[in-house]
Design a protein around this ligand. Structure first.
Ligand code: MG
Ligand code: MG
Length: 288
């Protein structure tokens, strides 16, 4: 790819060839199937550790390597973040219960390439107010992806997400944690903040691969890190939602490399879960 002419400015950014994108799509397919599988198991009484153990075996059966396990010492294959936990929750012995919301984040390496996606599940009984937070956060993900096209800038993605959540809705975007480039590593340049200004930041070029992942709080935006060194909670104790896709920047429309289709199929058949769709109907045309 002839995209390294501005190497001084973007030295660490790896634009992917079509072949590399297909390897990433394969890694993301394992991620997506794993999230769908986990969605068949999620019900009251099940623990995060139960899900993590099942997910790790499933990923390895499909020939993948759980990318989170051992990453900077993280002890598990999934991040499981329920209720007021924003992200990076460590799977525990706590049993899920009715009316929980549960963000499950999965990363997989396959043949040297990475996939990363997340979904926040609603257990049966979640209030309509919290369902709205989930639907808005989910829609914000697609608002961001809409901007991930050649000629736009990182700030256009950031602004779209922030404006939708904080101006069109009464929620707060977390500042301390951001999305990221992805591909040959789980986390690559550039950083992909969920807040920012239109027209600013890196110019998006063909083959840039990003994990876009809005983290949105029902109350105030402030977060704090648990003494375990991982778990991020909202400071005010109110719920937080998180949805993520890995995408590749293309002309006209981004190509979404992960899919939530296995999740939606599983939710349909799991009476313990309530389906979550993006709030606006405008996303029907998107692959989700
Ligand atoms: Mg993730
Ligand atoms: Mg990520």
């Amino acid at each position: 790819m002839g995209l390294f002419s501005s190497a001084a400015k973007s030295k660490k950014i790896f634009y992917k060839t079509d072949e590399e994108v297909e390897l990433m799509r394969a890694a993301n397919l394992i991620v997506s199937k794993t999230l769908g599988y986990v969605a068949t198991l999620l019900k009251p009484g099940v623990t995060g550790k139960d899900l993590d153990k099942a997910a790790e075996a499933y990923i390895r059966d499909l020939g993948g390597r759980p990318a989170f396990k051992g990453y900077n010492g993280f002890p598990a294959s999934l991040c499981i973040s329920y209720n007021d936990i924003v992200v990076h929750g460590i799977p525990s012995d706590r049993e899920f219960q009715e009316a929980d919301i549960v963000s499950i984040d999965c990363g997989v390496e396959w043949q040297g390439y990475y996939g990363d996606a997340a979904f926040t599940f609603a257990m049966r009984g979640v209030s309509s107010a919290v369902m709205d937070l989930l639907e808005v956060t989910y829609a914000a993900l697609y608002k961001g992806i809409e901007q991930a096209v050649v000629g736009k800038r990182i700030g256009d993605i950031s602004f779209a997400i922030q404006h939708y959540c904080e101006r069109e809705h009464p929620y707060s975007v977390v500042r301390e944690l951001v999305g990221h480039g992805i591909g040959r590593s789980l986390h690559e340049e550039p950083e992909m903040p969920n807040y920012g200004k239109r027209g600013q930041g890196l110019l998006l070029q063909n083959g840039l691969t990003l994990a876009i992942e809005p983290m949105v709080n029902m109350g105030r935006r402030e977060v704090h890190q648990h003494e375990d060194g991982w778990t991020i909670h909202t400071r005010d104790g109110k719920p937080s939602a998180h949805f993520e896709h890995s995408i590749v920047v293309r002309k006209g429309q981004a190509d979404i490399l992960s899919t939530h289709e296995f999740i939606h199929e599983a939710i349909k058949n799991n009476p313990h879960l309530t389906e979550v769709f993006p709030k606006s109907a405008n996303f029907a045309a998107q692959k989700n």
